[in-house]
Write a protein that binds this ligand. Structure first.
Ligand code: PDD
Length: 290
């Protein structure tokens, strides 16, 4: 696999960073994951805008202009052997000579990228949906920043992994926030509901696509806080992310999701939204920039 580290393209297994890197010592950095379909980076501008927002949020200067990012990303995509990729970007506050929490002076950022094969849900997961567990949201209060400080997400995700489930859906103060690595939508009486993009969730790029599609196709939708009881009484639940796209949750805490007609199987609005998403993806790849 190919990688990019501080100005150089190289095989991933040759990439080395200092143990004094603040990403390693303090998780002092931010990241992005960009899905690449047939070597076309999906929603690149939006991902780079979110990256800028995360950098601003941690007061770290962007080491590259938009043009530089474009050229580096396109080169990495071209050098990678797969057509469908998950391109990872990480920027940290660099490697100092001492361990001190305060921002270092005159230390360049560490910029790392690699592109792995995109792991999409299996046909079986698409057909049947997947299981999720719920857990308390134990993260900090800047979940809108895509920080590499993911320990709470890792521990939370492992809860569902231990139970053979695909995602952990988090609740804070009795309200739905998001999945450990995804945003969550529910459907009630035909209305699509999602939590607002505040400091408690990551502003997902796929989340935005889904709301744009709901708008375009005039599907009833509402962005507002969702209580735990509403989540548990939902007619349908789905998660969104760059790799999962739109994926049905058909069991929550071992209780089948849904109502008569599709209980425990992907519901009609979820299937419709996934179809719209696929159609949109096709269009974008035919007309880059759409
Ligand atoms: N995760 N919420 C969280 C906490 C996430 O980590 C992610 C994505 C999302 C969905 O965002 P998007 O639609 O932009 O992928 C929501 C990525 C894929 C990851 O960490 O690998």
């Amino acid at each position: 696999m190919r990688a990019y580290l501080d100005g150089h393209f190289l095989p991933l297994h040759e990439a080395r960073i200092s143990p004094m890197d603040r990403g390693f010592l303090y998780a002092d950095g931010v990241y992005e994951v960009i899905p690449v379909y047939s070597r076309f980076p999906f929603r690149l501008e939006e991902h780079l805008r979110r990256l800028q927002n995360s950098l601003d949020g941690i007061r770290l200067a962007n080491p590259h202009s938009l043009e530089e990012w474009h050229s580096k990303i396109l080169q990495l995509i071209a050098e990678t052997e797969f057509d469908d990729q998950a391109l990872y970007i990480q920027i940290t506050r660099g490697a100092d000579t001492r361990r001190d929490a305060c921002f270092p002076e005159n230390v360049p950022q560490t910029v790392f990228m690699f592109s792995a094969p995109l792991v999409a849900p299996t046909p079986e997961q698409r057909e049947s949906g997947v299981r999720a567990l719920t857990a308390p949201d134990i993260r900090w209060l800047r979940c809108d920043l895509k920080s590499v400080s993911l320990l709470a997400n890792v521990l939370t995700r492992q809860l569902s992994a231990d139970a053979g489930a695909t995602e952990t859906i988090m609740l804070r103060d009795g309200f739905l926030t998001e999945g450990s690595a995804s945003n969550v939508f529910i459907v009630k009486d035909g209305v699509i509901l999602s939590p607002p993009k505040d400091h408690l969730i990551l502003p997902g790029i796929t989340y935005d696509v889904v709301l744009e599609l709901a708008e375009k196709h005039e599907a009833a939708h509402e962005v507002r806080r969702i209580g735990e009881a509403e989540l548990r009484a939902a007619d349908e639940i789905w998660i969104t992310s760059s790799s999962k796209e739109v994926l049905a949750i058909t069991a929550l805490d071992n209780t089948p999701v849904g109502k008569d007609g599709w209980r425990g199987r992907p519901g009609p609005v979820t299937c419709q939204m996934y179809a719209w998403f696929c159609e949109f993806k096709e269009q974008v790849m035919r007309r880059p920039g759409a």
